[in-house]
Design a protein around this ligand. Structure first.
Ligand SMILES: Nc1nc2c(ncn2[C@@H]2O[C@H](COP(=O)(O)OP(=O)(O)O)[C@@H](O)[C@H]2O)c(=O)[nH]1
Ligand SMILES: [Mg+2]
Ligand SMILES: [Zn+2]
Length: 349
């Protein structure tokens, strides 16, 4: 198990979490951070010890919300039974891939999202825009990390393309295997800050994690579990303490990032288009052939990019549709729940 002991602050504990505790809870409960999630169970760390908690269909114990990596739980000081989930400072979530209408939390209490993509055919503007929407919606900082710069003929070309997505976001070209190359990311790795790596499979997320961990090898203090045999595997989500004291979460490659309840994020990520829509003559303008459409005019005058417009409309309708599907499911569940006289609130899904 874990050979290192940490203080709560070293695990990312902040005043905003402590302020949520009553005097009784301060005396009799134990805060613990979710450092690993896997099908069927999750692992929490109190800094001194790690505990394995089973996830039932309804969540963990009596918690009515599904905890995810990065979450803070309050455990009973004696029995270690989870009592409640502390209110999150941020949450990244998506629709579960597959047929079932279900939400999937990705990571919680994150300060910075590292959007990882590669300087090769994996690079896709439409897909990257999804991550930007997610970061805006969660109200967190984001940095674009373009790996495999060492393998590209012209890595700057990828940086120029990515620049179209946001005027001022930091865009870093790196060789994820090279320590000097990834040093440029250190400014986001302050002590106690939580970061998450998101991107498709194979883009170099785990490589980045390992290289950053190598930077000051002797001070390295990754949280490792017995079943990991010291390797960082990404079949699960896991939180690692970096040499700088930052906490880095590695998530298995995301194939499909379907947005849910992310309208505000879409508006912010596409602000140049969202702002124009307010100038359309009709409030319900579909921007196809209505008179007085500000979007159509801007397109004709080459002031907006057709690709971005299409993706904006697609993401907006996707997030609205998914939100509708989820609320219908909740309604169905609560009416069937009433019939069965079940009083307990349940996690969706
Ligand atoms: N040359 C080079 N190879 C890289 C880079 N980043 C990742 N790789 C390689 O790409 C493969 C996939 O990397 P991995 O970290 O497992 O990707 P993940 O699925 O995002 O975690 C591995 O063989 C890495 O060595 C990079 O920046 N340059
Ligand atoms: Mg990986
Ligand atoms: Zn319009």
């Amino acid at each position: 198990m874990n050979q290192n002991e940490y203080s709560l602050a070293e695990l990312g504990w902040k005043d905003s979490f402590r302020d949520q505790l009553s005097a009784d809870e301060q005396a009799n409960s134990l805060p613990a951070r979710v450092i690993k999630t896997h099908k069927g169970h999750l692992v929490v760390s109190t800094g001194k010890n790690e505990h394995l908690l089973q996830i039932a269909e309804t969540g963990v114990g009596s918690l009515n919300e599904q905890p995810t990596v990065g979450d803070w739980l309050l455990l009973d000081g004696e029995s270690l039974v989870p009592l409640r989930l502390l209110t999150r400072t941020s949450l990244l979530q998506r629709m579960s891939p597959g047929q079932e209408v279900k939400l999937q939390p990705i990571a919680a209490n994150i300060d910075t999202l590292l959007i990882v993509s590669s300087c090769n055919t994996e690079f896709n503007l439409n897909r990257l825009e999804r991550y930007i929407c997610l970061a805006f919606d969660a109200g967190i900082e984001f940095v674009m990390v373009l790996t495999k710069a060492d393998l590209a003929d012209d890595p700057e070309e990828f940086k120029t393309k990515a620049r179209q997505l946001h005027e001022t976001m930091p865009i870093m070209l790196v060789d994820a295997k090279d320590k000097d190359s990834v040093d440029c990311l250190q400014k986001w790795f302050s002590k106690g800050e939580s970061l998450v790596l998101l991107g498709s499979s194979g883009v170099g997320k785990t490589t980045l994690l390992n290289t950053i961990n190598e930077t000051e090898k002797n001070k390295t203090a990754a949280i490792r579990l017995a079943d990991d045999k010291g390797r960082h595997t990404t079949t699960t989500r896991s939180l690692h303490v970096m040499p700088s004291g930052a906490l880095l979460i590695d998530v298995p490659g995301i194939r499909e990032l379907q947005l849910h309840d992310c309208e505000a994020g879409v508006y912010s990520a596409f602000s140049e288009i969202a702002e124009l829509t307010e100038e359309c003559k009709f409030t319900d303008c579909s921007h196809t052939n209505e008179p007085g459409c500000a979007i159509k005019k801007a397109l004709d005058e080459d002031r907006i990019d057709i690709r971005r417009l299409k993706n904006y409309l697609k993401l907006l309708s996707e997030t609205q549709q998914n939100k509708e599907n989820i609320s219908e499911k909740i309604k169905r569940k609560s009416s069937s729940g009433k019939k069965k006289k079940q009083a307990k609130s349940k996690w969706i899904g």
